[in-house]
Design a protein around this ligand. Structure first.
Ligand SMILES: C[S@@+](CC[C@H](N)C(=O)[O-])C[C@H]1O[C@@H](n2cnc3c(N)ncnc32)[C@H](O)[C@@H]1O
Length: 363
């Protein structure tokens, strides 16, 4: 095709629309960094409790430096998060906005997830190197991963554990009350397990994870709550299919913990081996299709592919692993579960959860 024809086909309206989309992306990327700061400093929480206030008043209430707070407010106002009154020089966070941005909003608090943007930005240089040479970026390079992950799952899983998640498995509440053995694979900092341990004192809970740091956090929280029925163990689960205890557990769980393993198939085969014949495996993993084109209307598709590329996939590759990635999708998840030996796989979706599928799996 000649150059002239190329230009003839150029859709000016399409180009302008796309240009605006990218400008919005620039603003929204920056907004996420500022929301993360607003969450971590407590500024968003403080603002939600204050009447319209000046930057001095807000900074004083949040015990922060006024100059930084004023610049942060600039970003918040231009993004439409905070409202400014030019007459009085006062700022306010409308309650309708606070409903998605504060700790009081509990499970609805999206500011928690904005932390991932800065966290991933922290390893950009290392990821760039991997684009050139392959390989992966190990967990140690992510400064706050386990902390943010614990906050993430602490918010998104814990809030619906009793109301939505446990009811997915008929009769499990009664079994847990009576006393069963439960294993959480890739338990991270163990918030979910410690919560289960508190709720069901007659059951015994074990958490396994690669990260010493995360395991120590889980142990410390269990000790602080005087939990005697929860134990944590640091373990690389890459050879789990060979070392897992045989038919030892009534319930095995993975919360967002299979796709970033070095050897996900070995982990799944290990879970199959460790599960009693009438036991249940509950698997939370990303709700997506294994085919990119099917994910175009995914509400957080871009975010999840980015988290995958700059965290889930790369930490697995750094272990010499498979690098499945967070967006491995339901088709592949079912394929892996079947290959690992499971016969019944029920996919559940929770109305409030746009990110995950909840698979109830049996031998
Ligand atoms: C996305 S995090 C989920 C943590 C936790 N289940 C939660 O929901 O908060 C995945 C976990 O898998 C663990 N992991 C990754 N590779 C592993 C391996 N080879 N052996 C054991 N655990 C591993 C990580 O340390 C991390 O805690």
């Amino acid at each position: 095709m000649s150059e002239t024809n190329d230009h003839k086909d150029f859709d000016v309206e399409k180009a302008e629309k796309f240009g605006s989309q990218i400008l919005n992306a620039l603003n929204n990327g920056a907004l996420c960094l500022m929301l993360s700061i607003g969450h971590r400093t407590g500024l968003l929480d403080v603002l939600s409790t204050l009447p319209p206030s000046t930057s001095e008043g807000i900074a004083a209430s949040a015990h922060l430096n006024e100059r930084y707070v004023r610049e942060w407010l600039g970003a918040m106002v231009t993004a439409g998060v905070v409202e400014a009154d030019p007459e009085t020089g006062q700022f306010r966070l409308p309650e309708e906005h606070a409903a998605s941005l504060t700790r009081a909003a509990a499970a609805e608090n999206i500011a928690v997830f904005s932390q991932y943007i800065g966290l991933l930005g922290g390893v950009e240089d290392e990821i760039l190197e991997c684009f050139r040479k392959g390989g992966g970026v190990p967990y140690e390079k992510f400064s706050r991963f386990h902390e943010v992950m614990a906050e993430d799952s602490g918010q998104s899983v814990l809030s619906s554990l009793e109301s939505h998640i446990l009811p997915l498995i008929p009769g499990i509440r009664e079994q847990l009350e009576k006393g069963i053995k439960v294993l959480d694979v890739g338990c991270g900092s163990g918030r979910i397990l410690n919560k289960l341990g508190t709720l069901f004192p007659n059951s015994r809970f074990t958490g396994l994870d690669l990260s010493q740091e995360a395991i120590e956090t889980g142990k410390a929280e269990a000790a602080a709550q005087n939990l005697k029925n929860v134990t944590f163990q640091c373990a690389d689960l890459s050879d789990f299919e060979h070392v897992a205890e045989v038919e030892a557990y009534d319930l095995i769980t993975t919360f967002d913990a299979v796709h970033d393993q070095a050897k996900p198939m070995s982990v799944l085969k290990g879970i199959h081996r460790a599960l009693k014949s009438d036991g249940t495996y509950l698997m939370q993993d990303i709700k997506a299709s294994s085919q990119i084109h099917n994910n175009c209307s995914h509400p957080i598709g871009t975010f999840l592919y980015t988290v995958s590329c700059m965290h889930c996939m790369t930490v697995s590759l750094a272990q010499g692993g498979e690098g499945l990635g967070a967006m491995w999708g339901e088709e592949k998840t079912r394929e892996y579960l079947t290959k690992a030996g499971f016969r019944t796989i029920q996919t559940n979706e929770l109305a409030h959860d746009i990110q995950n599928n909840w698979y109830v799996v049996k031998k």
